[in-house]
Design a protein around this ligand. Structure first.
Ligand code: AHR
Length: 508
């Protein structure tokens, strides 16, 4: 039986848990917007056409920030198409996804949906087919109080108060040859610098995200970040990272170790950003915005094939991955990777919210449910409070073809001094063996194990079971196999599982 030992101590706090780490992403792609969040003909739809069942599940997940409107979509998007009376809005070719965009949902609709679910909007501007002027116009429309052309148009369209968006992405994946308006690092870095500088003149309080690499396997990875940040370091606050992991050739063990690769990706981007900082004698530090991350079934990546074969459909099915327990465990470890780097990764968006690689699945005129991968997100978003702890961990290892020897058990923890509560998030990557865990909590003023849940499937369950047919087939269940004794927590973690422990001060 593999073993792991963790030591937790309140004195070793890394950083406050960043509020924006638990975000999501809504793109005009496939069925994320249309028949995802918005379906006027659905029995649960509200007066604005938003699906009530999806609203309810979104409120349950409670993403702290939602990136919008793309993604690759934004690089061909004219934001003005989505304002004014819906009947007057144009239908356009969406070149990114070879679909038809009806523009029934635009800025105002998305803003009211975001208010309904009480989340912050992270807005992206088009730096593919458009540039500085259109970005400033959009910012003026969204954030300027009134008395100017664009802000008065917003008021005329029904929003007297500015939207007040703080967080802005300067384009999307501009390093990718697939991107509409793809640029070299120098071209993009200059454009980001000038666009960002002008946007700050419109609204000095915004925070800006420069595009990093689309993933760490891009041939330009590293050189891209270095050149882009050299051009725009003083203007931007964040550099972005994106990654989607999937299982290749049935190699589940490597897939389960994806977060080891993610740790390396994050650390490489931190090193690159800090090298630019040193070289340029800058004083501020650039944070990381991991604004697209998730797992995907290999056949579903992007859904580009379908869009190529049957182009210009309205909301085609793109990227509709269905997830099982393995995917949920990988997502848990990816959340751990984000949390353990939470001193520098301060924005995170699990992509996408509905249907496209979705945490939520919805069927047209049918029901909506949470996929397995939504549960680790919901738990960590709700329970990671106060400070991130630097966990001293030792674990037995298992060998993988792609990532070498990796720890069988992966864990993070947080401690909230105000409430005296702690949370421990633990994955067991072994597909076959339970793992014996010991958590030394003597450095924390806790004396009670108040809750423990486990996400796993019983022995003999097919490993590809999903929540499609029985929406509660794989959900966190109470975990009875743990004891806290003399501030040492002991548990045998089931194979292929994600377990969450909640601890509190001793009873008075
Ligand atoms: O999330 C799906 C797509 O993946 C996004 O549009 C793009 O930015 C990424 O490549």
């Amino acid at each position: 039986m593999p073993r792991a030992r963790l030591v937790l101590d309140a004195a070793f706090a890394l950083a406050p848990v960043p509020r924006r780490l638990f975000g999501s992403f809504v793109e005009h792609m496939g069925r994320c917007v249309y028949t995802g969040i918005h379906e006027p003909g659905h029995p649960t739809a509200d007066d604005a056409g938003f699906r009530g069942d999806v609203l309810e599940l979104t409120r349950r997940l409670a993403p702290t920030v939602v990136r919008y409107p793309g993604g690759n979509f934004v690089s061909g998007y004219r934001w003005e198409d989505g304002i004014g009376p819906v009947a007057d809005r144009p239908s356009r070719l969406d070149l990114a996804w070879r679909s038809r965009e009806p523009n029934e949902v635009g800025l105002h609709e998305f803003d009211s949906w975001a208010r309904e679910v009480d989340t912050e909007v992270m807005m992206a501007v088009n730096l593919g087919t458009r540039g500085l002027q259109e970005a400033c116009d959009l910012l003026e429309y969204a954030n300027h109080p009134g008395g100017t052309y664009w802000s008065d148009r917003r008021i005329a369209n029904g929003s007297t108060d500015p939207f007040g968006y703080r967080l802005w992405c300067l384009g999307n994946e501009m390093d990718g040859p697939w991107q509409i308006g793809h640029k070299t690092a120098y071209e993009y870095g200059r454009l980001a610098a000038e666009t960002g500088r002008a946007m700050r003149l419109v609204d000095p309080d915004i925070e800006l995200v420069a595009c990093g690499s689309s993933h760490a396997q891009m041939p330009t990875f590293g050189a891209w970040e270095s050149e882009v940040l050299t051009q725009c370091y003083d203007t931007v606050d964040y550099v972005s990272l994106h990654v989607y992991y999937s299982e290749h050739d049935g190699d589940t063990d490597s897939y389960l170790a994806s977060a080891v690769d993610m740790d390396g990706f994050i650390e490489a981007v931190i090193a690159t950003a800090d090298a630019v900082r040193a070289r340029g004698r800058h004083t501020k530090t650039i944070d990381l915005s991991f604004d697209e991350w998730n797992v995907t079934r290999p056949s579903e990546r992007g859904g580009d094939d379908l869009a190529r074969q049957a182009p210009w459909a309205l909301h085609p099915r793109l990227g509709e991955s269905e997830y099982g327990i393995v995917d949920a465990v990988v997502v848990g470890t990816m959340l751990n990777s984000l949390l353990r780097h939470g001193d520098r990764v301060t924005v995170g968006c699990q992509a996408q919210l509905v249907n496209v690689l979705g945490l939520i699945r919805s069927e047209e005129l049918g029901d909506a449910w949470l996929q397995t991968i939504a549960y680790p997100f919901e738990q960590m978003r709700r329970l990671a409070r106060g400070s991130i702890l630097q966990v001293v961990a030792s674990s037995d290892h298992q060998d993988t073809a792609r990532f070498g020897d990796v720890p069988v058990v992966d864990a993070t923890a947080t401690y909230d001094a105000e409430t005296g509560t702690a949370a421990v998030f633990v994955a067991n990557r072994s597909r076959t063996e339970a793992a014996r865990l010991e958590v030394d909590c003597r450095g924390l003023p806790v004396g009670r194990l108040t809750a423990a849940t486990v996400l796993a499937v019983p022995d003999g369950t097919p490993v590809d079971l999903t929540n499609r047919d029985r929406h509660d087939a794989i959900v966190p269940k109470p975990f009875h196999g743990a004891q806290l004794d003399q501030q040492i927590l002991r548990a045998d973690l089931p194979p292929l599982s994600w377990t969450v422990f909640e601890l509190a001060r001793p009873a008075a």
